[in-house]
Design a protein around this ligand. Sequence first.
Ligand SMILES: Nc1ncnc2c1ncn2[C@@H]1O[C@H](COP(=O)(O)OP(=O)(O)OP(=O)(O)O)[C@@H](O)[C@H]1O
Length: 428
Amino acid sequence: MDLTPFYEFAGEHVAVGIHAVDAKGKTVIYNSKMKEIEGFDFEELVDRSFLEMFRFEQQESTLLKVLQSGTPVLNAKQTYWNRKGQEITTINDTYPIFQNEELIGAIELSRDVTTLEKAVYQPLKKYEEPITFSTITAVSSSMKKVIETAEKAAKAKLPVLLIGESGTGKELIAESIHWAASSSGPFYTLFCHGTDLHLLDQLLLDMPNMTGGTIYCERIDLLSLHLQAHLLQIVEQQAGDSICFIASVGEDPVELIGSGKLLKELYYFFSAMTIPLEPLRKRKEDIFPFVTDYFSRHRMNFGSIVKGLDREVTRLFEDYDWPGNLKELELLLDEITSMLTTQDIVTMDLLPQYFKSKSKSSGRLGPEDFIVSRTKDLLPLEDYLFEAEMYYLQKAMDLYQGNVTKAANALGMSRQNLQYRLRKIKKK
Ligand SMILES: Nc1ncnc2c1ncn2[C@@H]1O[C@H](COP(=O)(O)OP(=O)(O)OP(=O)(O)O)[C@@H](O)[C@H]1O
């Protein structure tokens, strides 16, 4: 009996992301769960082969690494911001695949542990005391405005809708509203990412026992419309009681409603007060005060001597776009401080390699710019070809460890020609 249809069905419906490549690194399997994890839409996937050419992300490189070494890489945890700007934490196992002792490809199995990570890890890690408005870095005028409105919301005790990209501090604001409202009960977070009917029903069962407190529904736009309707029923039943309801969404709610991702009625319920949080790239004044606060907490909690950033790192932080906002900065600082020994100033060599290459390319074209779609303008051909050439030449130089003669030879061009092109890249 041919079992292929069974395996195909299982591959599409299993709750693990699967990405397999052949011996040349070309994708041969990319299942639905992987699309969901990486945030791709179908239309974009058609162009995936193009994308692969330009992607430097860890995801691919683990597969390629395994392809080169022939040995598995297991339990690799990574937190990143996917194509839709959603924060995702996965644990990946990547294996080489052999047939008759010949390496024919590699496969990556990716478990989405975002919700688990938030529920288990974050409460342990953060501020030791309840979050109050004064704990929050708010130097920019837009963050000051956020705090002002949140203070009003705490007094009014009306439902609140927080709007902002992942990592902008929505949960912190929700928690500080809770404490400022001097609510007697607990602060609960309902992580909508990965929530199912069963968990929502559990919430329904638990609620009658709550005599106060706050329920924060994080990213209601990540629930299916069916579950949003269910959530609406739950919150409406309790409305008017002493429970305070706060929710968050990742983008403009009007657009979300327009594109069928947010139930209008659920939006109406929460939008008694709305608080938009700007992405960090639009309020860069908050970057360094946050770093200073982080370091002082680190000195206090771990007795370290870390004081600040050197000039080069400061410039890099200023220029970078921070797609994951303050959360991304915080994770980066966690990584940097874990490597500190006797140094009190953070220098370039303490920055992880992936961050250096990401920040170098920030401002330049990213992989998504190469996707051809009806909703976006095409890139001028010249820019497209320039990026492609730059990518290819840099990869060739890496492969030959910077040896221009050997790289030129492999590329079938003269040494002078390659040097000329490399200079052109540097100037851009
Ligand atoms: N203004 C801020 N001041 C201090 N810390 C901040 C601020 N904004 C974000 N952070 C830090 O970034 C982390 C992420 O913030 P938070 O979880 O509130 O973001 P979020 O907007 O709720 O993200 P998501 O939509 O992914 O849930 C927090 O743990 C906090 O330490």
